[in-house]
Design a protein around this ligand. Structure first.
Ligand SMILES: [Zn+2]
Length: 169
């Protein structure tokens, strides 16, 4: 993705107040991030473990979403597969994250949730730039480009739901 600066990131958020967007903690070393290897920018709030953020390009513009770890008990049926990049993690490597919907739906308390890499590093797992013994990528017949395209599509669908862009959940 194209590199973003602090102002571009803070003004991209669609599902929180301007005040919250101004105050939220950005990832460290923005200018040094491996932007070329990122399909979207995702990070956990270093000061608030239940908060994460995702910024993705949509129609050439950055769209940012604040995410929360919902306060629900772990279920035995929870999945360990990231719905964006299809990586499988052990333990708490995949987390259910929810986004308040943008606009009126969000003000009424509506949110959408998805299971994703808890560190939001999907792009790096896809490219083999981040690995751990606890993460595995499925054997796939898709090329890396196709896997990246699929991830971008999955992120875009999620943003559709947050933006309430007419896609049924
Ligand atoms: Zn992932």
């Amino acid at each position: 993705m194209n590199p973003l600066d602090e102002t571009e990131i803070r003004t991209s958020f669609v599902n929180c107040s301007k005040g919250e967007a101004r105050r939220l903690n950005l990832p460290k070393g923005l200018a040094e991030l491996p932007w070329d290897a990122l399909d979207f920018l995702g990070w956990r709030d270093p000061g608030a473990p239940d908060r994460s953020y995702l910024v993705a390009e949509r129609d050439g513009r950055p769209v940012g979403v604040t995410l929360r770890v919902p306060n629900v008990r772990r279920s035995l049926t929870r999945t360990n597969v990231c719905s964006f990049c299809i990586s499988t993690h052990a333990g708490s490597g995949v987390s259910l994250l929810t986004a308040r919907r943008a606009g009126a739906a969000g003000r009424q308390g509506n949110s959408v949730g998805t299971y994703m890499c808890a560190d939001l590093a999907c792009s790096l797992y896809l490219r083999g730039l981040k690995r751990s013994a606890l993460v595995s990528r499925p054997e796939e017949s898709l090329t890396l480009e196709e896997q990246i395209a699929r991830t971008v599509t999955n992120v875009d669908r999620f943003l559709d739901q947050v933006l309430d862009a007419g896609v049924p959940v």
